[in-house]
Design a protein around this ligand. Structure first.
Ligand SMILES: *Cc1c(COP(=O)(O)O)cnc(C)c1O
Length: 378
């Protein structure tokens, strides 16, 4: 007879039980705790170096005394303001705790265990994380390159071909792209959309839309059910710590989120600050301009060291270190010797790149100095 145990480990679901035990996202805070020192420069997560709008900070202060109340689960005011901003119906917008949460809900809504999702090999890892977490399978065509450079870009034809080959439920495209900074023209995005098999949903992650040239943002019919567009307040708006993202799509597609979303997941503070920031057009325009200047400076810094910087339509610049061994060594030396946090993409061949977020002018000077010292020996 089995010995009854009051302390048996509870049984996990088949999908979660089969997942390897990993911590996929090592945050800068953990790096600081491990090294027992604080970072001198935090340039690895593409957070805004230029901070939130003063209006957003004022809105936070105004909302603070009311945090004993839940936020509006319908996010009515913010959704209506966003609807005006994008020229769509408020019911074509759903709010979430960052694009990251919405990606998880999209996977949950559209994929059964064993179904396939397509993304470029080495593209934004959070999408892959959710697909695996719901028992999905990833098909990852390679990025395209330009000539013999490391100017990687999403290959829309390869994504479409992979979707046909695997009868994919979802195709993920970040445009502009993280981690390369590259972008496809809106026409290429539309070509991808038209090339997908019927019933496949294009997950168009536009986290860096504000930094992108207008041609990179396709004009989509509001009732097109083949695509869902994702935006965030984490990058240009400088509100990453509040976690506000949203999806725009055909009304019936957006309505499905109400079945599974965390209705009380948006905080009062986040809703108030995002609304105020949306109204502060000058702040965002100023950030976009400052970031463009910073990108030019980082490209010049790379050139100064004989390195190729990839063209970028984001708030970061990827630099080509030639091979992954050197990229890893530079990353490690920057962290250990200089206390500088940047990242390198985890997947070959992109792992020959380092990705540096655009900092403020003093941060860029400090980075240039640290980078120069490291490159003398690595
Ligand atoms: C930063 C980033 C996100 C995260 O957005 P949140 O709204 O902060 O969750 C999503 N997608 C891409 C491509 C990003 O670079």
């Amino acid at each position: 007879m089995p010995v009854p145990s009051a302390r048996a480990m509870p049984v996990l679901s088949r999908v979660v039980g089969a997942l390897p035990a990993t911590v996929p996202f090592v945050p800068p805070e953990a790096l600081e705790r491990r090294a027992d020192r604080s970072l001198t420069l935090r340039l690895g997560a593409n957070e805004s170096a230029f901070g939130p709008s003063a209006r957003a900070i004022a809105a936070l202060a105004d909302a603070a005394p009311r945090v004993s109340w839940y936020g509006d689960p319908e996010g009515f005011e913010l959704r209506h303001a966003l609807a005006g901003h994008h020229g769509v119906a408020a019911d074509a917008i759903v709010l979430g705790s960052g694009i990251d949460e919405l990606l998880g809900l999209i996977v949950r809504a559209h994929m059964n265990p064993g179904d396939t999702a397509v993304m470029s090999a080495g593209a934004y890892p959070t999408f892959a994380y959710h697909v695996i977490g719901y028992g999905g399978v990833l098909e990852r065509p390679a990025y395209g390159t330009a000539g013999d450079t490391a100017h990687y870009h999403n290959d829309w034809q390869a994504l479409a071909d992979a979707a046909h080959r695997t009868a994919a439920r979802l195709v993920y495209l970040s445009n502009p792209d993280n981690p390369t900074g590259s972008w496809l023209d809106g026409d290429a995005v539309l070509a991808l959309l038209d090339a997908l098999p019927p019933g496949t949903l294009l997950v168009l992650d536009e986290a860096y839309a504000e930094f992108a040239p207008a041609e990179a943002l396709p004009i989509l019919a509001a009732d097109d059910p083949r695509v869902i567009r994702l935006r965030t307040f984490s990058k240009a708006h400088g509100l990453a710590g509040l976690r506000v993202g949203y999806a725009i799509g055909a009304v019936p597609l957006i309505a499905t989120f109400d079945k599974i979303r965390n209705h009380f997941g948006m905080t009062r503070l986040a809703l108030a600050a995002a609304l105020a920031s949306l109204g502060d057009v000058d702040h965002v325009a100023g950030v976009v301009e400052a970031v463009a200047a910073g990108r030019r400076e980082l490209a010049a810094l790379a050139a100064h060291h004989g390195l190729d910087a990839l063209p970028s339509a984001t708030n970061f610049v990827a630099m080509d270190l030639g091979d992954s061994t050197r990229a890893k060594a530079v990353l490690a030396a920057l962290l250990e010797r200089e206390g500088v946090f940047i990242r390198t993409p985890g997947v070959a061949p992109l792992d020959r790149l380092i990705r540096v977020t655009v900092g403020t002018p003093p941060e860029r000077t400090a980075f240039a100095e640290a980078f120069g010292r490291v490159l003398e020996t690595v």
